[in-house]
Design a protein around this ligand. Structure first.
Ligand code: DAH
Length: 339
């Protein structure tokens, strides 16, 4: 009996040591200690043991049982430990590994320069105004002194939504909307999209951007206009920038002018960038036409004002030496990341 018990113990220990996981461990436990287990069977056979030997054998069975239980517990601990180690090993992070590069978005060159222009004018006391892109004919043309048969309409190839609704061809209608809603002093810029049905090529796009400017107050003169716009050009293109004003015509300003800056590439000599002119046109401007003020219920006898319109694409193309307007709208990151 004693030998039998010892054999059971050593077999059980042997089997235990080979278990790899909790399921196998449990199988060993059931095999020896379960209801139908080998050790249990021996206990059940005690009735056949001579009464005087029972205490000895009983003690022995209990010892074996205790030892087996201890061994089971130990093995369980060991398995748990190695499972944990396995898990840790598989989840190890090498914190010295280079991380994946995070690609950040990039500000569009049009936004870069627009933000600069806004900063310049905000610093000069201007506010930023907005108007709708789908606009009434009245605001886009009529109120700006461009009646139905005016030749200026032909130069602005207009997208018509209906007889009296257009996609705005310029940001100038925002002038009218502001003057209708706000009495002088007025000092605003109005950046935004404008639309003209131009064929697409290196310098034309049916969608582009302008920045309108408007100042109305008492005693505003042409020299206020010149002062502010020259200051603007120097801030944007550098302190040594030279500007000139050329007489021009716009229906909504009188007198009107265009402002050029001396070519920053050849300094007036004439080069490819300025097409041999030595000068680059950057904006249209003028004193707000009395008729426009009147339409907006501002008395031209009391108030005067100036206005200007800057083409954003052209300004950015000059600034960054970009020679094709289409690049702005393709959103090719290889292009965008250069600025
Ligand atoms: N709206 C004009 C255009 O699209 C640009 C312009 C010229 C705006 C003179 C003005 C201005 O405010 O005074 O060609």
């Amino acid at each position: 009996m004693k030998q039998q018990l010892e054999a059971i113990l050593s077999n059980a220990k042997n089997e235990l040591s080979q278990t790899q996981n909790a399921r196998e461990l449990d199988a060993v436990r059931v095999k020896y200690l379960g209801k139908k287990g080998e050790l249990t069977a021996i206990l059940k056979g005690m009735k056949n043991v001579a009464p005087e030997e029972r205490p000895v054998i009983g003690q022995l069975v209990n010892d074996v049982r205790a030892e087996l239980e201890k061994a089971l517990e130990k093995q369980a601990e060991k398995l748990e430990q190695s499972a944990l180690e396995e898990k840790l090993k598989s989840e190890t992070l090498d914190v010295t590994m280079p991380s994946e590069e995070i690609t950040l978005g990039h500000k569009h060159p049009l936004s870069i320069v627009l933000d600069e222009i806004k900063d310049i004018f905000i610093g000069l006391g201007f506010q930023v105004a907005e108007g709708p892109e789908v606009e009434y004919d009245h605001y886009n043309f009529e109120a700006l002194n461009i009646p139905k048969d005016h030749p200026a309409r032909d130069t602005q190839d207009t997208f018509y939504i209906s007889d009296n609704v257009v996609l705005r061809t310029q940001t100038s209608p925002v002038q009218v909307r502001v003057m209708e809603n706000q009495k002088p002093p007025i000092r605003i810029i109005a950046p935004g999209r404008v639309f003209r049905s131009d064929a697409v090529d290196a310098t034309h796009s049916p969608l582009f951007h302008q920045i309108e400017g408007l100042v109305v107050d008492k005693n505003i003169t042409m020299s206020d206009l010149k002062g502010i716009l020259e200051l603007f050009a120097k801030r944007l293109y550098g302190e040594d920038t030279v500007v000139r004003f050329r007489p021009h015509h716009f229906p909504f300003t009188e007198p009107s002018a265009e402002m050029d800056i001396q070519c920053y590439q050849c300094h007036g000599e004439g080069c490819r960038l300025c097409k041999g002119e030595g000068w680059i046109e950057i904006l249209g401007c003028g004193m707000v036409h009395p008729k426009v003020l009147e339409t907006c219920n501002i008395d031209p006898e009391v108030y005067s004002g100036y206005a200007f319109g800057i083409g954003l694409e052209r300004t950015v193309m000059g600034r960054f030496k970009i020679d094709d307007i289409r690049l702005f709208y393709e959103n090719d990151v290889r292009f965008l990341h250069q600025f």
